[in-house]
Structure formats: C-alpha cells, structure tokens
Write a protein that binds this ligand. Structure first.
Ligand code: BMA
Length: 372
C-alpha cells in the first residue's frame, strides 16, 4: 500500500491533479488519484502478464471460515491472489449478512486489508428481485428492470437500494482516509437470461438505462473510486448489443465456465479465445482494459487444468486480470474453483503460479517497487 500510495502521489503530481484540487475533485466527482493510479497500474501490469484473482478468497475456503490472513490459494502457493472479489447481494435489504452468509462488516475489513497488502478489489452485486421479493435468479417477471427505472413504480425503492450500496462503497476507507479503489461489476452476465436483468427479461434500452441510472446515483452520492466493469456471460454472440458506452465503462470482461466435465474443455477454450480476440481488438481501438471477470471449472477434476486449459486458452492475449469463483465453505467440497492443499490440481497450480505471466500479490508489489 505504501508503495502504491507514494507512486500515486508522484503520478498525480506529474499530471497536475493533486493538492489544492482535492476538494474540487470531490465536488466534480472526478476519480480519486488512487483510482486513476489503479487504471495506470492495470495497463502496465497487463503488458507483463495477467493478475490472478479469486472471489471471497480471504473470507473462507474448503473446511474453514473467518480465519485471519488465510486463503486456500495462499495455503497452496504461499501468496495471495492479486485480485479478490466480493459480493454485496442482500445489502439492499439492510441485512447484516450477504447472500453467502458473510457479514458486510467482515467484507469491509477484508477489502481494506487486501488494499493495504497491495492487492486489488472487485465488487459484484447479486441483488434481490425488487419487484417479486425473490433473489437475483427469480426470472418470473420481465418488467422488473422497467419498474425500477425513473418513472417506474419501484424507482424510489430501488434508489434506496442503491443508497445502501453507495454508502457501503463510501465506507471503504483506510485509517489514512484513502478510499479503496474498486473494480465495480454490477449487472453481470446479462447476455444470458438467468438473472432478472438478463437478455430476455428487459429491453436493450432498459438495460443501458439501468447502467446510466446506477452510475448517476453513484456520482450523486460522491462515489468517485470506482472502475466500472462490463461483463456479459456465456457465449454472448450479442456481446456489444447492450454495452452502455465507452463513457460509462472502463474495463470489458466476460464470465465463462467449463461444463460437461472434461468434454467441455474445448468449448471453454474456444469461448475464451473468441471473447479475448474481440476484446483485445476493441480495447486497443478504444483505449480500454479487458479481463476475464469470472472463469473456472467446478472442483477442478482435471489435474492439469491450470496450464493446459486456462493458460493455454489465454495464450498471448493480455487480459489485465483473470478471476476464478469461490471455494464455498458451506457446500462440503462440491463447489470450489481454486485448489487447496491436497486437491488434485495443486501441483499444476504451482506450475501456473511460477509462470512469469501469472501475477499474484507478491508480483504486483515487486513490479510497483521497480516502477518507483
Ligand atoms: C454463484 C454460486 C452461489 C453464490 C453466488 C454469489 O455462482 O457460487 O452459491 O451464492 O455465486 O456468490
């Protein structure tokens, strides 16, 4: 954190955006210097390799929950994932715990802690259905999005839900009053129809408006430490159809998983290559970053999956980060995406870890030191 912060000062100073501009920056909702720095660092690290990430990595793992300074990835390679993602689902109801049973106070602590280690943080939001009272996966009604946009019957309620999110985001502050920059990834996997904001559940215009109103709310609430991430899911032949626009999005991504056991390997590789090829081309032309925002093979039964499938599929493309989903503590050993000691892909994960193109926490801290 120290290195990052010092570098933030140097860069911000060079760009002439520091000191007396701080108050102005807040009133105009310009991104904080740390947020601008994060974008610069992501661009720089993407030239060298991709940051490895995992969802909820330090909150729990297989056979444990809530242990301090622990992560299954760390137990395997003695290093933390460079990126850790967290989810705010259920914060909208004023609840104490998120949809996976983790207290928001713990999530806040871990976010700040990971930033202080030098790591990056991403946040998704599996938000409940504001019209039916069901969860994110309740797709029983195709008027939900319309109902929460301005003019809709649930507009006010949804603005209050957004306030719960913006208040939480604004509370992500270190003891030195630095707001932790966040890769914010709402409304994900909308190209499928499994969430109430999905493809068949709203129109293109309503989906784009949902993004615009979300960002407008954040801006009004003074949330100026977000990097916005767009992440369609699955095959997404219509990847750009509902893209809100370059003025709203900083990072393009996609979510994709291996299904059908080892037979699904080729399908996943092709999907990864197809999406990376598209994003690489688009992002070069539009000066954007791209990432694999979620990927994985549940329970990783292929002992060489890390090198032979994931890394092989990524090839020479330059996503800035690649993130696998959670090691669910509450599902026995049936729902996990990173190895833990004794898991069949553990050894291969070490080969993956030792590849110079995969970047973990120690790598970013070393890279930033070199930059200084
Ligand atoms: C899904 C699964 C669920 C979980 C949700 C949000 O992919 O892992 O068990 O509730 O993500 O984390």
């Amino acid at each position: 954190m120290k290195q990052i912060f010092s570098m933030a000062i140097i860069i911000a100073f060079i760009a002439g955006t520091l000191c007396s501009c701080k108050t102005d920056a807040i009133s105009q909702n310009l991104p904080t210097s740390e947020t601008k720095l994060l974008t610069i660092n992501l661009k720089n690290t993407a030239k060298k390799g991709y940051l490895f990430g995992q969802h909820d990595a330090t909150l729990y793992g297989i056979g444990w929950k809530g242990d301090k300074e622990r992560s299954d990835v760390k137990s395997v390679c003695e290093d933390y994932p460079a990126v850790i993602s967290f989810d705010l689902g259920r914060i909208e109801n004023g609840g104490t715990y998120n949809l996976d049973g983790i207290a928001f106070s713990e999530i806040r602590k871990e976010i700040i802690r990971h930033y202080e280690r030098g790591g990056l943080v991403s946040i998704s939001w599996h938000v409940d259905n504001p019209l039916t009272g069901g969860d994110s996966w309740d797709v029983s009604n195709n008027k939900v999005v319309e109902s929460i946009l301005s003019g809709g019957a649930n507009y006010k309620k949804f603005q209050e839900w957004l306030t719960s999110v913006s208040s939480f985001l604004n509370s992500l502050e270190t003891d030195n009053n630095i707001k932790v920059p966040v890769l914010f990834r709402p409304w994900h996997e909308h190209t499928g129809s499994w969430f109430w904001w999905g493809q068949d559940l709203c129109t293109t215009e309503h989906y784009k408006e949902l993004w615009r109103e979300t960002i407008a709310h954040m801006t009004k609430a003074g949330v100026n430490h977000l990097i916005y991430v767009y992440s369609p899911g699955g095959d997404a032949p219509n990847y750009m159809e509902r893209y809100p626009g370059d003025e709203y999005i900083d990072v393009l991504g996609f979510d994709s998983y291996q299904y059908n056991g080892n037979d699904g390997e080729e399908a996943l590789k092709q999907l990864i290559r197809k999406n990376l090829a598209f994003m690489d081309d688009y992002c070069k032309k539009h000066d954007k970053l791209y990432a694999i925002t979620e990927v994985g093979y549940e329970c990783i039964p292929n002992p060489t999956w890390w090198t032979d499938v994931l890394h092989d599929a990524i090839g020479d493309y330059k996503p800035c980060y690649v993130l696998v989903w959670r090691n669910a503590y509450e599902k026995g050993d049936e729902h996990y995406y990173a190895p833990y000691p004794g898991q069949v892909s553990e050894e291969n994960f070490m080969t993956f870890y030792n590849n110079p193109r995969t970047l973990f926490l120690n790598d970013i801290n070393n890279l930033y030191k070199q930059t200084l």
